[in-house]
Design a protein around this ligand. Structure first.
Ligand SMILES: [Fe+2]
Ligand SMILES: [Fe+2]
Length: 198
């Protein structure tokens, strides 16, 4: 097998031209710029709908970060000599819509909080995937400033995701489950202790 050696050499006939990668980078940048702006409007609605204080604090904190991320993205555009431009991100539009539906369909309290966390984590995972890719593109293109800014944002998204997991584990999932008790008799035969994998 010569795949390893071949990969290392990156044969000239297989690869993306720099100009095409740059175009892809810019397109995805416009996409996430739209997404972050949309989130600066969606997050306050989630804050309003949340009950758990820790969750509210986490959302408010991430709203501030998100507003700063919009500015960081503007700096990324500037660093490549482009004007900041937003292009509708259908994926984020869908995730925001889903969050709104969850909030509409649940009673305020633990259930809605659990739904908000679930929707919020889907958003964070989308962002983590996007910024991971964008940072890699920037590195490949030799755009050091852009790569640095994108990595900063990436780390904030990861931290936001972890914070939501913490909040969920600490309180909300338990409360939501308790609220539902009796309604739902089915006790799924949970895999003994296999789930706890050190
Ligand atoms: Fe963000
Ligand atoms: Fe985020």
């Amino acid at each position: 097998m010569k795949t390893k050696a071949a990969n290392k050499k990156a044969p000239a006939e297989y690869g993306i031209e720099e100009s095409k990668l740059m175009k892809l980078f810019e397109d995805e940048l416009k996409d996430i710029y739209w997404a972050e702006k949309a989130l600066t409007k969606a997050l306050p609605k989630m804050v309003k709908n949340a009950t758990n204080e820790e969750l509210i604090a986490a959302l408010e904190n991430h709203l501030e970060e998100t507003e700063a991320q919009v500015e960081k993205l503007e700096q990324v555009f500037e660093s490549i000599g482009k004007k900041a431009q937003a292009k509708k991100c259908e994926a984020m539009a869908g995730l925001v819509k889903e969050a709104e539906e969850i909030m509409k369909d649940t009673d305020k309290g633990a259930m809605r909080d659990a739904g908000i966390i679930s929707a919020g984590q889907k958003v964070e995972h989308y962002e983590i995937a996007t910024y991971g890719t964008l940072r890699q593109f920037a590195k490949t293109l030799g755009l050091e400033d852009a790569a640095g800014l994108l990595e900063e944002i990436l780390n904030e998204e990861k931290a936001a995701d972890e914070k939501l997991t913490e909040v969920a584990e600490a309180t909300i999932n338990m409360q939501a489950a308790e609220e539902q008790e009796g309604e739902d008799e089915e006790e799924a035969p949970k895999a003994k202790k296999a789930a706890k994998k050190k």
